[in-house]
Design a protein around this ligand. Structure first.
Ligand code: ADP
Ligand code: ASP
Ligand code: MG
Length: 452
């Protein structure tokens, strides 16, 4: 089968994990047509992105040496893994490459620290190192272990806009380059290995797609190559009925629809980056979530229609911020909502949940980065209250449409937990509750017990 395989941070966390990846890819290669070997996308090794962000933060604070120390520790970690996996002639150039790239970054961090400023593009240049390093190691390890492979710098393939730290792919330009660069290597029987999460502007400046963005990269490349399946290999068996960090022993969801997966990913099911589904939908390519520690488990299959079953499909939760906007001036006035949403648009901040009454509007946003600016602007024409420490709990299922008792059951299972907002969209595929963050574990536990 013609597939793209994305391996997340824990799946490439160390030499042992990478060995498992090699075995999985070898198996897939054996099952593929010679001219359609799998394409592999990898994340940074586990926790590396967090450390790189920390190093950028330290540089911005002027702590150049601390920032440099993190980068040096990361270099040592990568060198250790490279030495454990890569053999013969391939090792010295790989070590030289890693050392030179980390050293350049170290100098950059020291310079940035002297100016106490890290611009968004410098931030991306630092953070991209995680995927650059892991993908080069994986490609060399494949070759060392007899899997014909070639490393491709994802920044030469994935073309994005210049919205650093949250860049958007330019599908047309990216597809052209994917077919040229990746397609040519595939036709020659090589397993192309690329870093996820990273890209570059048309002018060649490094960008990143936002946290968890490697899934999105894989879906973009997969759509450009018209693969038959986008595989997301991770550290759980698939999409679970709830976040395993919040609910004990959630169950595996064997199949779900693109729409259900989008809602779940958007409202907190971290196993899938919310944008992953977009390219898959555009080309109607199934997405499968699999466990790299238990490759024999069938995982979760995400397709256009999903599968009919009783009850709900899954729950999700997202810890966020609520902005509460009340305005008497909304009474009988038209244009109020337009003005309100224009403010969010100006500050490029997506709104997740909206409820309105005649005199008030409540919205939630999960990215508080521009919140102060937004609130300041809103206060020009509305009374605004902002309540932090709120969270979204979302129940998802195609059945919500057909079975009105599900909603009643959900609300009654929540009993005395105060609900701040309740919203059901026209799709009627999900119902969203906004409640206090401290109530999330109990709310999720109750809902899970009621439905699964
Ligand atoms: P990767 O590094 O492979 O991309 P992530 O940490 O981004 O992995 O995503 C996998 C994690 O997502 C799981 O370990 C789990 O804790 C979390 N998660 C949250 N909600 C869900 C859910 N509904 N189903 C599965 N995993 C979930
Ligand atoms: N390494 C990036 C992150 O940690 C991207 C990813 O893992 O998908 O956010
Ligand atoms: Mg992820």
């Amino acid at each position: 089968m013609n597939v793209i395989m994305k391996f997340g941070g824990t799946s490439v966390a160390d030499a042992e994990a990478m060995d498992r990846v090699i075995a999985i890819v070898r198996g897939q290669l054996a099952a593929s047509e010679p001219s359609k070997p799998p394409v592999v996308v990898v994340s940074a090794m586990s926790k590396v992105t967090d450390r790189l962000i920390e190093s950028a933060r330290l540089a911005a604070e002027g702590s150049g040496e601390e920032s440099a120390r993190i980068l040096n520790d990361l270099l040592q970690r990568h060198v250790g893994v490279a030495k454990a996996l890569v053999t013969g002639d391939r090792l010295p150039p790989l070590l030289a490459q890693l050392t030179s790239e980390f050293s350049a970054l170290l100098e950059t961090a020291r310079t940035l620290a002297r100016h106490r400023e890290v611009s968004p593009s410098s931030h991306d240049a630092i953070v991209a190192m995680g995927e650059l390093a892991s993908s080069q190691i994986v490609a060399a390890a494949f070759a060392s272990k007899g899997v014909p492979s070639v490393w491709i710098d994802a920044r030469t393939v994935l073309v994005t806009d210049d919205e650093y730290t949250a860049a958007l792919p330019d599908m047309e330009a990216t597809c052209r380059r994917t077919r040229d660069l990746v397609g040519a290597q595939r036709a020659a029987g090589q397993v192309a290995v690329l870093g996820g999460f990273i890209g570059a502007t048309a002018a060649g400046v490094t960008t990143t797609l936002g946290r968890g963005g490697s899934d999105y990269s894989a879906a973009v490349f997969g759509a450009c190559l018209d693969v038959e399946e986008i595989q997301i290999w991770t550290d759980v068996d698939g999409m679970l009925t709830a976040d395993p960090r919040v609910v004990d022993a959630p169950r595996l969801v064997p199949q779900l629809s693109f729409a259900e997966a989008s809602e779940l990913a958007y409202f907190g099911a971290k196993v899938l980056h919310p944008s992953t589904i977009l390219p898959a939908v555009a080309k109607n390519i199934p997405v499968r979530i699999l466990n790299s520690r238990r490759p024999d488990v069938a995982g979760t299959m995400i397709t256009a229609n999903g599968r009919a079953h009783d009850g709900l499909t899954a729950l999700a939760c997202k810890r966020g911020v609520t902005v509460d906007i009340t305005s008497m001036r909304m009474l009988m006035a038209h244009g109020f909502l337009r003005r309100l949403f224009e403010v969010f648009e100006r500050f490029k901040t997506p709104v997740d949940v909206v409820t309105t009454s005649e005199v008030s509007v409540s919205v939630t946003v999960d990215n508080p980065r521009r919140l102060d600016d937004i609130l300041g602007n809103l206060r020009n024409f509305a009374e605004v209250a902002c309540e932090p420490q709120m969270a979204i709990v979302c129940i998802v299922g195609e059945n919500l449409r057909a079975d009105p008792t599900l909603f009643a059951r959900a609300v009654s299972s929540l009993e005395r937990i105060p609900l701040r907002l309740v919203s059901q969209a026209a799709s009627r595929r999900n119902i969203t509750f906004v409640l206090r963050d401290s109530d999330v574990p109990e709310a999720m536990g109750r809902l899970h017990a009621a439905f699964f």
